[in-house]
Design a protein around this ligand. Sequence first.
Ligand code: ATP
Length: 503
Amino acid sequence: MVSTEDFFKKITSHAKEYGFVFPSSELYDGLSAVYDYGPNGVELKNNIKNYWWKFMTQMHENIVGIDSAVFMHPKIWKASGHVDAFNDPLIDNKDSKKRYRADVLIEDHIAKIEEKINKEVAKAQKRFGDGFNMEQFLATSERVKGYQAQIDDLRKRFADLMNANDLKGLKDLIIELGIVCPISGSRNWTDVRQFNLMFATKMGSLSEESDVIYLRPETAQGIFVNYLNVQKTGRMKIPFGIAQIGKAFRNEIVARQFIFRMREFEQMEMEFFCRPGTEMQWFEYWKQERLNWHLSLGIPKEKYRYHDHEKLAHYANAATDIEFEFPFGFKELEGIHSRTDFDLKRHQEYSGKKIQYFDSEINESYTPYCVETSIGLDRTFLAVFSYAYTEEKLEDGSQRVVLKLPKILAPYRCAVLPLVNKDGLPEKAKQICEDLRSSFRTHYEEKDTIGKRYRRHDAIGTPFCITVDTQTMEDESVTVRHRDTMQQERIHISQLKNYIIEQ
Ligand code: ATP
């Protein structure tokens, strides 16, 4: 596994050099855990957004979208539980003065034991070769069973401490496990304290005692407080969903992870309202459906796994994460929660307005239950980008960096390149480019040798480079070079559009 530090260095510098992601306010030496997207980055990000939006609102006929404001009435965050409970347990190392999330220190410790199991598996695989039976090995190896028992015991104790909000117990566990600060190497820890992650600001027009408002830490509450509006105006029948893409803000404690953990980020969330008692069935459905979405990008299924929560949030009766194998290990990419009727009930209580649904099929009124799917847009960007980033040694000894992005997400679908800058080739290439532009984002480029231009498009993930040469002028054919294989094919210009769609 690449070290986290090396990985972030590589990815950050590639993302910056090729106009994907810039540190925010770089002129002023940056702003911690805040990033800007450049010309290629915004295209990739928008393509991810569109892919999600279309899947949710176009491929499911009972899901509609909204775009609610970032600012909301402060009582909403009281009702949702965020004012009282949206905390992370933090701990400082007195020697390095670095701050950590106590829960993450323990999770990382558990991940290290998991890593030991993986090593045992790899060793056994080598030893037994083709005859290796993973299930049997996991069930019978004494060493693996020992590690697994440690993990199970730790997970249980950890979940109990978190559920009981036992901060002293968390610190005791960190000490007992011998967890050291990665920077100072010491166990000189402060006590664990709770830290609320919401950013507060002020709004002039509210009365003085309630003038604090929050930058929303999730987009979901904008959906809940619009439930009645959407249900009534759209005459929506349960089960139905409301989707939203938008910014969220969290004052994260640990901010050393590039766009994995940002203080300002974007979420793509969907709340699916259903009849009480059917929520587990919808929870299972959305678990599978969301995984299908990830797999439809063409990334292998081994890169994803479910992780069921041991500690349930105050609003949930079931929760699973879809984790992605980033180069620094499996981490949460998307959360799927069965939120019961918690949110709508609380808004009913705090607003004093009735939030009920009359179900004509069973002739009953009730507060709908809800299953949420919540995915970070920036984290998806990082997942796709890090999976796509490939360094390859070529036959001639040179090296190329290629972004093997899913075709549908690439900033440019194709580039049109005249082989040389004369003999009418640029004009012909421009004309082809114009024809393709209405169907795909297409780039025209004539500067530098053809080899250099190919490399530049490899580095930003353009799936097809179309080259115009002297033969084009004779028979209207061009070469199409494939990014991943570097193979070239001759195609007639009239076939280009279909060819690119079908590939
Ligand atoms: P984590 O445990 O990593 O802090 P979370 O469980 O708090 O995440 P949720 O509240 O479930 O996250 O948010 C839903 C999704 O939003 C996450 O799966 C993740 O993709 C994304 N997300 C959450 N916090 C951040 C952040 N600070 N920066 C970027 N994306 C984030």
